[in-house]
Design a protein around this ligand. Structure first.
Ligand SMILES: Nc1ncnc2c1ncn2[C@@H]1O[C@H](COP(=O)(O)OP(=O)(O)O)[C@@H](O)[C@H]1O
Ligand SMILES: C[C@@](O)(CCOP(=O)(O)O)CC(=O)O
Ligand SMILES: [Mg+2]
Length: 328
């Protein structure tokens, strides 16, 4: 068996706009998905996941949808849950040229699902890395990131950026603009996360922004303005200017909100953090529900969030310097 782990991430700036070629700056954080992959003697795929928003489940099937057995979870949840793992295993088969190989896949994840912390990218990166290693191939990080991106692209209906997957594969802070992906020097940032306990559907939210952008020129301009914020944000990050980073994050949240991807609970967590003196706060990832990211050196934002109705969990996140980790 091969086991790999990969980190989740927060977006300092640029989610959604990055799908249309604007730059984005995500940072990997120390919450991880661990995926174990073991080759089977038949061609079946067995997926066991411990940390979905259900009590864990196991499915075993031979690859085609109609061969999937009934399990005690809703069809939509199961399809969503298996999409990324199926896609990752497709990539493993493509690398090794072995189309008939079966696997037992075990997923353990600390990353809340669908909450904007990049659980999908972490699962795809770790599964492709462990699966290819199980068959004797160790991928270069760039190829691993590219193949994980292909998985997200396929599952999200052809609407995805390379930001999450590159960040999860390489770790640290990164800058992604189209297919140009690079690592950035970043100071140790005082990152605080607030989580409303909910989730958003990435594919649907991306489609919503796409629709607005096609319908209104001002929505397209809003997407471009997010790109301008990111370019300023890179400068502030290089200078370690936390005040400026916070101000730009606030601005970025406002534009995401204008694009319809915030929610009442995300907005209340953002305001709770700001009122408590955070340098800035914004939603992270696709939005709709899930997490906000704030910058605050003191404990005030975390304390305020813990008393905020609608905030289910709050914690400080360490930057993850390492991306994919080859555990076994
Ligand atoms: N522990 C897990 N086990 C199986 N699949 C997972 C797990 N964590 C995440 N996933 C996959 O990732 C999807 C969520 O990804 P997405 O909607 O992009 O949100 P995010 O990446 O912000 O968490 C889930 O529907 C599931 O397919
Ligand atoms: C909205 C988007 O920019 C980020 C989605 O992040 P997450 O899956 O919600 O963590 C989509 C993408 O870049 O593929
Ligand atoms: Mg995702």
């Amino acid at each position: 068996m091969a086991v790999s782990s990969a980190p989740g991430k927060v977006y300092l700036f640029g989610e959604h706009a990055v799908v249309y070629g604007e730059p984005a700056v995500p940072c990997a954080i120390e919450v991880r998905a661990r995926v174990g992959v073991e080759q089977r003697s038949d061609n079946k795929l067995r997926i066991h996941s411990e940390d979905l928003s259900l009590d864990g489940f196991t499915v075993e099937y031979a690859g085609s949808a109609d061969e999937r057995p009934d399990v005690d979870v809703s069809e939509s949840l199961l399809t969503a849950a298996m999409g990324y793992v199926d896609g990752a295993i497709e990539q493993v088969r493509d690398v090794t040229g072995d189309d008939d190989v079966g696997f037992d896949v075990t997923i353990e994840s600390d990353i809340p699902l669908g909450a904007g912390l990049g659980s999908s990218a972490a699962v795809a990166v770790a599964a492709i890395d462990a699966g290819t290693r199980e068959l004797g191939t160790t991928l270069e990080i760039d190829e691993l990131a590219e193949r994980a991106y292909q998985t997200e692209y396929d599952v999200q209906g052809g609407q995805a950026s390379r930001a999450d997957t590159f960040c999860s594969a390489t770790g640290g802070a990164v800058r992604v603009e189209g297919d140009d992906c690079r690592s950035l020097e970043a100071p140790d940032l005082p990152i605080v996360i607030g989580f409303d306990g909910g989730a958003g559907d990435t594919g649907e939210l991306v489609a919503g922004v796409r629709g607005l952008r096609e319908e209104y020129e001002f929505a397209a301009d809003t997407v471009e303005s997010i790109g301008d914020i990111v370019r300023n944000g890179e400068q502030a990050l290089a200078e370690g200017n936390i005040e400026e980073l916070g101000r730009l994050m606030n601005f970025n949240h406002g534009l995401l909100s204008a694009l319809g991807v915030s929610s009442r609970s995300l907005d209340s967590m953002v305001w709770a953090a700001r009122d408590a003196g955070a340098n800035g706060a914004k939603l992270t990832g696709a939005g709709g529900g899930g997490c906000i990211v704030a910058l605050d050196e003191s404990d005030e934002a975390e304390t305020a969030l813990s008393y905020t109705p609608g905030c289910k969990d709050t914690f400080r996140a360490e930057l993850a310097d390492t991306g994919v980790r080859r555990v076994e």
